[in-house]
Design a protein around this ligand. Structure first.
Ligand code: HEC
Ligand code: HEC
Ligand code: HEC
Ligand code: HEC
Ligand code: HEC
Ligand code: HEC
Ligand code: HEC
Ligand code: HEC
Ligand code: HEC
Ligand code: HEC
Length: 310
């Protein structure tokens, strides 16, 4: 956190370079404030607001930044604030300015438009019509624009931002077997593309398997003997957000395997040599279960590996 003193100093420094650069006066007809950020500071000089001067948005030498030469400073994001910044009489209501919050006077689409104006290239055409766009998630729903470091951009802090809305994934990430997201070694964008793309469920690659192969090339094959559900979708057996089963399996073997394979050939009830029910341990059901024999679950390259046993 910035101390108020440091924050003021940064602001003062920044403003010294900015005073000449304020463009609002030439756009007076659109009702911008008279002195840009200087006007806003009369009432908004708290640390949270001033922190914006430590963010990439306040780079005065970047002509494209809100605080670059000739730009609209605070009002390039918040929109014209001339009326809002004027003195109001006691009891009179202050005209509102665009806030990036649920109770804002501006719709989500209007709020996003301020950001997209400068970030068309970053969010890309895919944003429009993407799941987050359709469900009216705002840019500010994920991005903290005043923060020196935007938490959603760092691996160690990103998941918390997403978990705010995605409780189910939070719960799954707490399970004993999961990708190291909680440990800050991976993040949601290891697999997802939050701004949208042409893939289902905002996946980073065109489908789930291609996304997984990025890091698990060893299960990509091609195999001489393929196991059909593997080539189809890793999600047939794994839950990538976390699970109570070792290996992030969605169920334990033999149930997992028997959710597709008939029990007829390989009974899951322990039996003796004559095929009668028995209470002796069964190799089909213990430990690695089916994988005791079919250990190449992802596919086999052995000439006689058709039953995925070698
Ligand atoms: C004369 C004082 C004054 C000035 C100048 C002023 N504001 Fe405000 N602003 C307020 C007050 C008071 C509020 C609290 C909202 C209310 O109760 O109307 C507010 C609220 C806001 C909010 C919404 C916060 C929320 O909680 O909804 C934003 C954003 C904002 N101001 C931005 C600006 C910007 C940008 C400028 C400069 C263009 C500016 N303000 C200039 C007094 C001022
Ligand atoms: C890059 C765009 C951007 C710029 C530039 C910007 N803001 Fe903001 N501002 C936001 C967003 C987005 C929020 C919502 C909170 C957040 O994301 O951090 C916000 C929140 C606020 C709030 C409300 C904070 C609260 O309590 O909810 C105030 C007041 C405010 N800004 C004032 C300003 C002032 C004054 C400036 C200029 C010094 C400024 N903003 C510059 C985008 C911007
Ligand atoms: C006037 C143009 C302008 C506006 C408006 C604007 N930005 Fe930016 N933004 C920039 C520039 C310039 C950069 C710095 C790019 C760089 O350094 O690569 C930037 C950087 C960013 C970054 C990367 C920050 C980082 O630390 O790497 C994010 C995220 C971002 N903006 C989001 C937003 C959001 C969300 C809004 C709307 C609330 C917004 N921007 C409004 C121009 C703008
Ligand atoms: C669902 C959360 C989410 C939403 C909504 C979202 N973003 Fe992002 N944004 C991210 C994440 C996460 C990253 C980091 C991408 C990465 O690590 O691959 C990012 C990166 C960025 C960057 C930096 C790009 C770079 O390469 O440095 C900009 C700029 C940006 N977003 C702007 C926007 C704008 C503008 C909007 C609204 C139209 C928006 N974002 C909506 C999550 C989001
Ligand atoms: C290892 C890759 C991976 C990581 C990391 C990951 N996901 Fe996913 N996620 C997927 C796959 C694959 C799907 C598609 C599952 C499906 O369609 O059944 C998915 C689906 C989703 C869905 C849609 C769920 C549904 O039921 O429709 C949400 C929401 C989601 N992920 C959020 C997150 C969040 C939030 C994070 C970060 C905490 C995250 N994911 C991290 C791979 C991943
Ligand atoms: C402000 C709330 C909010 C935040 C923050 C948020 N999301 Fe979402 N997300 C939604 C909503 C709403 C949906 C659509 C309904 C649903 O599937 O739950 C959605 C859907 C998704 C989906 C499923 C897409 C599909 O097509 O089925 C994925 C994946 C996802 N979000 C990932 C992320 C990631 C990754 C982050 C963090 C970088 C994130 N979300 C942050 C609200 C949010
Ligand atoms: C960005 C890299 C990355 C991507 C993409 C990725 N993983 Fe992983 N995966 C890892 C890491 C790192 C581990 C942990 C390895 C460890 O703990 O030794 C892991 C572990 C696993 C494990 C083994 C867990 C165990 O207990 O041995 C499974 C199963 C797995 N991932 C499945 C998937 C699936 C399915 C996908 C696609 C939806 C996927 N992974 C995408 C990096 C990734
Ligand atoms: C038919 C079910 C099934 C499918 C589909 C499947 N796996 Fe597996 N996977 C398993 C089993 C069973 C294990 C062993 C778990 C254990 O060690 O307890 C495993 C283990 C793993 C491991 C841990 C390391 C290893 O090789 O033992 C990784 C990584 C992995 N799978 C990735 C993937 C990926 C990526 C996909 C999609 C291309 C995929 N799996 C599809 C059943 C499956
Ligand atoms: C999502 C469904 C599904 C799951 C789960 C599944 N399989 Fe399969 N498995 C198949 C399909 C489909 C085939 C291909 C059958 C064919 O070609 O006749 C197959 C083929 C096989 C074969 C080769 C059979 C042959 O006749 O060549 C073996 C062995 C096998 N699976 C074992 C397993 C084991 C062990 C598990 C648990 C780790 C498992 N399967 C989980 C669907 C599944
Ligand atoms: C003790 C070793 C062993 C265990 C444990 C085992 N299998 Fe098999 N399985 C075999 C052998 C040997 C064959 C080949 C039979 C043949 O070639 O006629 C086979 C064949 C198969 C086939 C091919 C179709 C068929 O019936 O011939 C499937 C599917 C299969 N096993 C699934 C499973 C499942 C599911 C489990 C766990 C419930 C499992 N196996 C446990 C030894 C085992």
């Amino acid at each position: 956190m910035l101390s108020t003193k440091t924050a003021r100093r940064i602001a003062a420094l920044a403003m010294a370079t900015l005073a000449i650069a304020w463009a609002g006066t030439s756009a007076a007809e659109e009702n911008y404030s008279r002195k840009g950020a200087d006007t806003c500071f009369q009432c908004h000089d708290d640390q949270a607001t001033l922190a914006v001067f430590r963010s990439k948005h306040a780079n005065p030498s970047d002509p494209d930044s809100p605080f670059g030469h000739g730009q609209l400073q605070c009002e390039s994001c918040h929109g014209p604030g001339g009326d809002h910044a004027r003195r109001v009489r006691r009891g009179q209501e202050r005209p509102a300015i665009t806030a990036f919050a649920a109770d804002s006077v501006a719709s989500i689409a209007e709020q996003n438009a301020f950001c997209v104006e400068c970030h068309q290239a970053d969010t890309g055409a895919a944003w429009h019509g993407s799941t987050h766009d359709i469900n009216t998630v705002s840019c500010a729903g994920c991005h903290s624009s005043h923060a020196e470091r935007d938490p959603v951009l760092a691996t160690s802090t990103q998941a918390e931002v997403c978990f705010d809305c995605h409780q189910q994934q939070r719960t799954q990430s707490m399970k004993p077997f999961s990708h190291p997201v909680r440990q800050g070694k991976m993040d949601c964008t290891s697999c997802h593309s939050p701004h949208g793309n042409s893939a289902d469920t905002l996946l980073a690659r065109t489908d789930a398997n291609r996304t997984c192969y990025e890091c698990h090339a060893e299960v990509r094959g091609p195999y001489l003997w393929e196991h059909a559900p593997v080539a189809e979708d890793c999600g047939n057996c794994h839950n990538p957000h976390g699970s109570n089963q070792p290996g992030m399996l969605s169920m334990r073997a033999p149930m997992l395997c028997q959710s597709c394979h008939s029990q007829a050939g390989h009974p899951s009830v322990p039996q003796d040599a004559r095929g009668l029910p028995s209470n002796l341990p069964s190799s089909l059901l213990l430990g690695q279960s089916c994988m005791n024999c079919h250990e190449q679950v992802h596919g086999s390259n052995h000439p006689s590996g058709s039953k995925l046993m070698r």
